[in-house]
Write a protein that binds this ligand. Structure first.
Ligand code: CP
Length: 309
């Protein structure tokens, strides 16, 4: 089994054995990700980071991952100072950048843009998020975090909470969690339920039917892991209704008092108001550890895709 030269566009492009290889390799990368050991694995290689949309964690953790392995990084964050501002199209941009580097990470607002980039590029393309569609490297680091925090994924009761309709992280993650045999509960406000195609995909591929509810109290009671994302207020016509949902679907110490003692709270970040700041200090808050795990996971992916491991 080899991931050398592979494009990573959707979590569905990866078999379970591929994901297990990435997670096992990430474990080996941890001392290097922490700076406790040094690595020359990617010496002489260049990563291109093309971020057409804002990012803190994805871009910087890929940068850290590459630099921790002695590789180099070039690219842009925002298109204002590139020739895209003059009207250059995505395919010409990719055909140019692939001649300057060895692997490309792309974040773009349009769904399908990473797949299009992969079709025109001879160098591996990694999807850093394409519109509301997929964010596969986030899913890999989410799986890794759950394994680190809980020691396993299989058999855990995992709740995905918040805007399940528009959050791309939730679409990728729910499929992968079903693949690893977690028990899924989807808790969302009315109208922001998980898309039907994802539910059908989970049932067809893994024979699982996630529980779906709009009742936050009932949904969270049994949870081993609560994975929360923000309610996207900008998508509501009625801002008052959005604010009502934001308040009702907020994680607070009071809500957590009704949950299992050992529950873990994850969030892809950035978080806005959906987690009470008092939760940051509680032992269940694992979301900043989660951001760190992005580094060893992305180190593993870069090393495997470039064929140096
Ligand atoms: N989780 C995530 O994708 O964060 P950024 O948008 O900051 O990259």
């Amino acid at each position: 089994m080899s991931l050398k030269g592979k494009d990573i566009i959707s979590i569905r492009d990866l078999k379970k054995e591929d994901i297990e290889l990435i997670l096992d390799t990430a474990e080996k990368m941890e001392p290097y990700a922490k700076g406790e050991k040094t690595s020359k694995l990617m010496e002489g290689k260049i990563l291109g980071t093309l971020f057409f949309e804002p990012s803190t964690r994805t871009r910087l953790s890929f940068t850290s991952a590459m630099q921790r392995m002695s590789g180099q990084v070039m690219g842009f964050s925002g298109t204002g100072i590139t020739s895209i501002a003059k009207g250059e199209n995505l395919t010409d941009t990719i055909r140019t950048v692939e001649r300057y580097c060895d692997i490309i990470v792309i974040r773009h607002p349009l769904e399908g843009s990473a797949r299009l980039a992969a079709e025109v590029s001879s160098k591996p393309i990694i999807n850093g998020g394409d519109g509301g569609n997929q964010h596969p490297t986030q899913t890999l680091l989410d799986l890794y975090t759950i394994k680190k925090v809980k020691g396993k994924i299989k058999g855990l009761d995992i709740v995905l909470l918040g805007d399940l309709k528009y959050a791309r992280t939730m679409r990728s993650l729910s499929f992968a969690l079903a693949m690893f045999d977690a028990n899924l509960t989807f808790v969302s406000p009315k109208g922001l339920e998980m898309a039907k195609d994802i539910l059908i995909g989970i049932e067809d591929n893994f024979g699982k039917k996630p529980i779906q509810t709009n009742d936050i109290d009932a949904g969270l009671k049994k949870a081993d892991v609560i994975y929360i994302c923000r309610i996207q207020k900008e998508r509501f016509e009625d801002k008052f209704e959005a604010e009502k949902m934001q308040k009702a679907f907020r994680i607070t110490p009071e809500i957590l008092g009704k949950c299992k003692d050992e529950v873990a709270i994850l969030h892809p970040l950035p978080k806005i108001t959906e987690i009470d700041p008092r939760v940051d200090e509680m032992k269940c808050a694992k979301y900043f550890d989660q951001t760190f795990y992005g580094v060893p996971v992305r180190m593993a992916l870069l090393a495997l895709v470039s064929g140096v491991m």
